[in-house]
Design a protein around this ligand. Structure first.
Ligand code: LMR
Length: 397
């Protein structure tokens, strides 16, 4: 039977990571997968995480199953991080959360829930978007449409074109928005633009689905939640997929959550029951460790402060690197204006390099960048920035 099986193409992001690992060049540079690296090129375990793990090791007294929807203390802490403890969606009990294996797991549970409960409804994706979005929702059986997002002429948001496209969405269609630090462009709507998006969603009765994987990597924890808080208007329904891979550095622990906001507490309970049904037939119930770490940190004053400081350090390093990169690019005699890189938010820069240039960088210099031209800024350091700029100069000549 298996002789009929065709080899699948490598994943456009994780496949590059594998190729990087197999590359013998000692000067190779990995700017592909969205993983934070410190000044030494290391992806560290945060101190607050280590401290929480010590406490968990001492106090853990069972390995019995978690509930299908995960740890109650964790899901409550997730909602409070999204909205702040006093927000109406929390006090009215119309928000429910399930723990999930990573943000990807949350997206897949959302996709299965949407396909089960609203078959045939279209999901609108930004063009471009994270390449795994179409994979996940296609696998779940959700039909896809796209809206323009990136304006090449200004290296900014194609806001008018985006709004025009979304005006064509039918009532009940789902719109996937990146909560902050848009992947791959690093371009986010302004507060005014979020307000206009919220108006359109409300007037045309669309369902927003927020992918929120980089909270704290843009301007700060509360600032980065500004868009989703703008959309959470009285009575408005919403889905939010959280990830703690990046802001807690818990990549391999797979910690995420899916939060649904319904119109009423009763409707929220029904939605929760459907999400649990999806989970039971998928992975039964979630693993505990990473979520226990996040819960421990978020519910302890001093660990929480430590986390916010460590997160601010990661954010500030990335912003410093953006400036260094732009300065070095102009210093090495590249005429093309790359200053827009300093306005982009989060881990990624949309460099404007095309597939041919990306291939050339990889083949000639072992510099690994995603095919769309997306660069993981956190992979740049004082040690490799000159070689990177040299490579870019060569391929755009
Ligand atoms: C990325 O976009 O690089 C990250 O979200 C990691 C991944 O799974 O693709």
């Amino acid at each position: 039977m298996f002789q009929q099986v065709q080899t699948a193409p490598p994943d456009s992001i994780l496949g590059l990571n594998e190729a990087f690992r197999n590359d013998p060049n000692p000067e190779k540079i990995n700017l592909s997968v969205g993983v934070y690296k410190d000044e030494k090129g290391v992806t560290p375990v945060l101190k607050c995480v280590k401290e929480a793990e010590k406490r968990l090791l001492e106090n853990e007294n069972t390995k019995s199953y978690l509930p299908i929807d995960g740890r109650p203390g964790y899901t409550k802490a997730v909602r409070e991080l999204l909205f702040g403890a006093d927000h109406e969606v929390l006090t009215s009990n119309r928000a429910v959360t399930v723990q999930s294996p990573g943000g990807t797991g949350a997206l897949r549970v959302a996709g299965d829930f949407l396909a089960d409960s609203f078959p045939g409804r279209a999901l609108w994706l930004s063009q471009p978007t994270w390449p795994n979005h179409p994979n996940i929702f296609t696998a779940a059986g959700v039909p896809l449409k796209t809206y323009p997002y990136f304006d090449k002429a200004t290296n900014g948001l194609a806001f008018d074109a985006m709004m025009d496209a979304l005006k064509g969405a039918s009532k009940g269609d789902i719109v996937l928005l990146h909560g902050c630090c848009h992947n791959p462009t690093g371009i986010d709507p302004t507060p005014e633009q979020w307000k206009a998006i919220g108006d359109l969603i409300q007037e045309n009765e669309l369902l927003p689905l927020l992918d929120f994987a980089y909270q704290g990597f843009g301007d700060g924890l509360a600032e980065d939640a500004g868009g989703l808080r703008e959309l959470a208007r009285p009575g408005q329904e919403m889905l939010i997929c959280s990830s703690f891979s990046k802001n807690f550095g818990l990549y391999n622990e797979r910690v995420g959550a899916l939060t649904a906001i319904a119109g009423t507490e009763e409707e929220a309970a029904a939605v929760l029951s459907q999400m649990k049904k999806v989970i039971r037939s998928n992975y039964s119930n979630p693993p505990t460790h990473g979520a226990a770490v996040v819960e421990t940190v978020l519910t302890d004053g001093s660990l929480n402060t430590m986390w916010e400081e460590e997160l601010a350090h990661m954010r500030n390093r990335i912003n410093g690197i953006r400036k260094l990169f732009v300065d070095k690019i102009s210093a090495c005699g590249i005429d093309q204006d790359f200053s827009f890189i300093q306005n982009q938010k989060g881990m990624f820069s949309f460099s404007g390099l095309n597939q041919m240039q990306v291939d050339q960088l990889r083949n000639d210099m072992s510099i690994y960048i995603v095919g769309s031209g997306r660069i993981n800024v956190a992979g740049i350091s004082e040690a490799n920035v000159d070689r990177l700029c040299e490579g870019i100069k060569r391929v755009i000549a």
